[in-house]
Design a protein around this ligand. Structure first.
Ligand code: URA
Length: 209
């Protein structure tokens, strides 16, 4: 699918299968999501800029690459985005972090914003928006609209699972924003949940059900 990178590394697929199982408890779900985020993060950050600097190893001086340019910004779409954020922060501890709070109206399934706090000067920074489930696409579309309005231009979207319907809606609204995911599942059910999916990612992360 256009502009969608499915990170189907065997370790990602294995950990995703463990995480999907209904017997997987909250602590293990959180740990697995953090580990998968690290592995997805490796791919989604592939084009970060580097610059060579002189260092000395115990044996010789060399020109060695270091991350360069404006710091990466990670934006968690609350609350399940925090599950991906943990692993991404392990991977890039120097990243700046923002949060977007949206909830899904259960009747309309549309996103309603209740919180928005992101680093200043997003304009020239690489930005990655995080939400584990790209389901209807409504909250992802709304969050990315707000992040763009705050100035972001170099934007990617990272999720754990995507539904074909969500990808279509997201790309119709944001054809310029590449999506990274561990898998594309079959479909949405009548309640807007991804099938087979993982269930409610927020509830499974925080044990709220
Ligand atoms: N949000 C979730 O947590 N799970 C889904 O399947 C869809 C949206």
């Amino acid at each position: 699918m256009k502009h969608v990178t499915v990170v189907d590394h065997p370790l990602v697929r294995h950990k995703l299968s463990l995480l999907r199982r209904k017997e997987t408890d909250t602590a293990r779900f959180r740990l697995l999501l953090r580990e998968i985020a690290l592995l997805l993060g490796y791919e989604v950050t592939r084009d970060l800029e580097t610059e060579d600097r002189t260092i000395e190893t115990p044996l010789a001086p060399m020109q060695a690459p270091f991350l360069a340019g404006k710091k990466l910004v990670l934006i968690s779409i609350l609350r399940a985005g925090n599950g991906l954020l943990e692993g991404m922060m392990d991977l890039v501890p120097s990243a700046r972090v923002g949060h977007v709070g949206l909830y899904r109206d259960p009747e309309t399934l549309m996103a309603v914003e209740y919180y928005f706090k992101v680093p200043e000067d997003l304009r020239d920074r690489p930005v990655i928006a995080l939400d584990p489930m790209l389901a209807t696409g409504n909250s992802a579309v709304a969050a990315v609209e707000r992040i763009k309005a705050a100035g972001a231009r170099r934007l990617k979207f990272l999720c754990l699972l995507a539904a074909p319907e969500g990808i279509e809606a997201f790309h119709a609204a944001h054809p310029d924003v590449p999506v990274y995911t561990a898998a594309i599942d079959e479909r949405l059910n009548d309640h807007g949940y991804i099938v087979p999916g993982v269930g409610d990612a927020g509830d499974r992360l925080y044990g709220t059900k």
